[in-house]
Design a protein around this ligand. Structure first.
Ligand code: ZN
Length: 459
């Protein structure tokens, strides 16, 4: 019981710390009403105010959603939600004619019912976020039907992946002996490698349409850039992210000699989506100043995205990530982390006192032990880890920017960042403590300054 109370108290401590950080950032959104000096020439006051209000809305949402989740979790744990769900899944299995005594089957049912529960309790929050907040700020492009089918598809895919993995891990913990943590890690490693191949190729297309980038100036320039760096670019896709939202992005994936680059259509100013019915309407050029009044129609017709040189500069940055093997480094750290967590789980899993307070005084299912150890006992470790990973990720971003600058793309990368900043209505001012903890990318101003600091390494 003492362990249980300590775990709960610690969960609240972390919650209070995170809320304190968010409140610092919230205060910034409230009081900073003037554009930072460095940006006055590039951002107009209308855009700045819009980004401030958007940030405030998201921050308020985050506060209430966080508070709700924390209370929900506390109630579930204190009122015996876990043992209740465990019994319930046993009964459901009995009704279905399955053997509830089989721990693996029982665990799968438990997790399935638990996921359904969170799907339902999260739904109002997600609906509010998408159809009120994103909608009000002109980002949401989904219809309710699209949203719901998308959610169903996501759930089905994630269940199809997580169920067999979970069954395997429970099995390995049961029969793996003293070195089960090696096998458990190996399984996770193999499955994540397989998913890295399979996901972009077979799973992502279930959700979005990927079309090869049409022949033209942009394609030629990207291919030339890739060639000049010996980047083995095999395929170049555009994904129609504009069906869901108008936030923009680009990413790369693939192993060794088989690399692909994916650009969001919202990143490209001159790309018109193949499946969009209102093509013509959407690409009417409109002076940005005209949409200043902020009405919804002006907003949706506003030209967004980057021009060819800017997109190439963004890719110069992305290729910097590849050049410095940032993804591989992240992957290696992640694998060490998983290995360490399984190893520690092995040390803790037989300390029955850890799990009895969660409502399992006698039989302690492996899934429950995994849940308690990974989500609660590791939470201080996870907190530190996520902080360190963000520090590392920000270093990587600076490195990638530097790489692009050394390719001679400084001015275009700068204007691209500014355009993306405007298109996504990101707020350019950040509290130092909040951003240190949460930002995986350095704040805009720091990136612009960082690029100015790069001493050209090439003549
Ligand atoms: Zn980056």
């Amino acid at each position: 019981m003492e362990v249980f109370s300590a775990v709960l108290a610690f969960a609240w401590l972390i919650y209070v710390w995170e809320t304190y950080l968010s409140s610092r950032q919230h205060k910034i959104y409230k009081i900073v009403k003037d554009i930072p000096k460095e940006l006055t020439s590039v951002i107009d006051s209308g855009t700045f105010e819009k980004s401030r209000l958007y940030a405030l809305d998201k921050s308020n949402y985050g506060f209430w959603n966080g508070l709700y989740s924390q209370i929900e979790l506390t109630l579930i744990l204190c009122l015996g939600g876990l043992p209740f769900l465990w019994d319930l899944s046993g009964k459901v299995l009995g009704k279905l004619g399955c053997d509830p005594g089989n721990e693996i089957v029982h665990s799968l049912m438990f997790s399935f019912l638990g996921n359904i529960f969170s799907l339902i309790t999260d739904l109002p929050w997600k609906l509010y976020y998408t159809f009120v907040i994103e909608e009000n700020h002109g980002f949401n492009k989904m219809t309710l039907g699209f949203f719901l089918t998308d959610m169903m598809k996501k759930t089905a895919v994630s269940e199809a992946i997580s169920m067999p993995l979970m069954a395997l891990i429970i099995y390995i913990v049961k029969v793996g002996g003293d070195y089960f943590f090696v096998y458990a890690w190996l399984i996770v490693f193999i499955i994540s490698m397989v998913l890295l191949h399979v996901y972009p190729e077979y799973i992502a297309p279930l959700f979005d349409k990927y079309t090869p980038l049409p022949e033209g100036d942009l394609k030629q320039k990207i291919e030339n850039l890739a060639k000049s760096l010996d980047y083995p670019l095999q395929k170049l896709y555009v994904v129609e992210g504009s069906k869901r939202s108008s936030h923009s992005n680009a990413y790369m994936y693939g192993f060794r000699k088989n690399k692909r680059i994916v650009l969001f259509d919202t990143l490209l100013e001159d790309y018109s989506p193949v499946t969009r019915e209102d093509k013509e309407e959407d690409f009417k050029k409109e002076d940005i100043s005209q949409s200043e009044d902020g009405d919804a129609t002006g907003e949706s017709k506003k030209k967004i995205g980057c021009n060819t040189e800017e997109v190439v500069a963004v890719l110069g940055h992305e290729l910097g990530h590849w050049y410095y093997s940032h993804m591989v480094k992240n992957l290696v750290i992640m694998q060490f982390n998983i290995f360490f967590m399984f190893f520690m789980f092995g040390k803790l899993m037989n300390m029955h006192v850890l799990f009895s307070g969660f409502g399992f005084p006698n039989f302690q299912p492996i899934l429950i032990r995994l849940y308690v150890v990974f989500s609660f006992l590791f939470s201080p470790f996870n907190e530190v880890m996520s902080f360190l990973m963000n520090v590392l990720s920000r270093r990587f971003e600076f490195q990638a920017d530097e790489f692009a600058v050394n390719l001679g793309k400084k001015q275009y990368l700068k204007t691209a960042l500014l355009k993306l900043f405007k298109d996504n209505l990101s707020f350019p001012v950040a509290d130092w403590l909040y951003s240190t903890r949460h930002y995986s990318h350095p704040p805009l101003l720091e990136r612009l300054r960082g690029m100015d600091d790069v001493k050209a390494k090439r003549e």
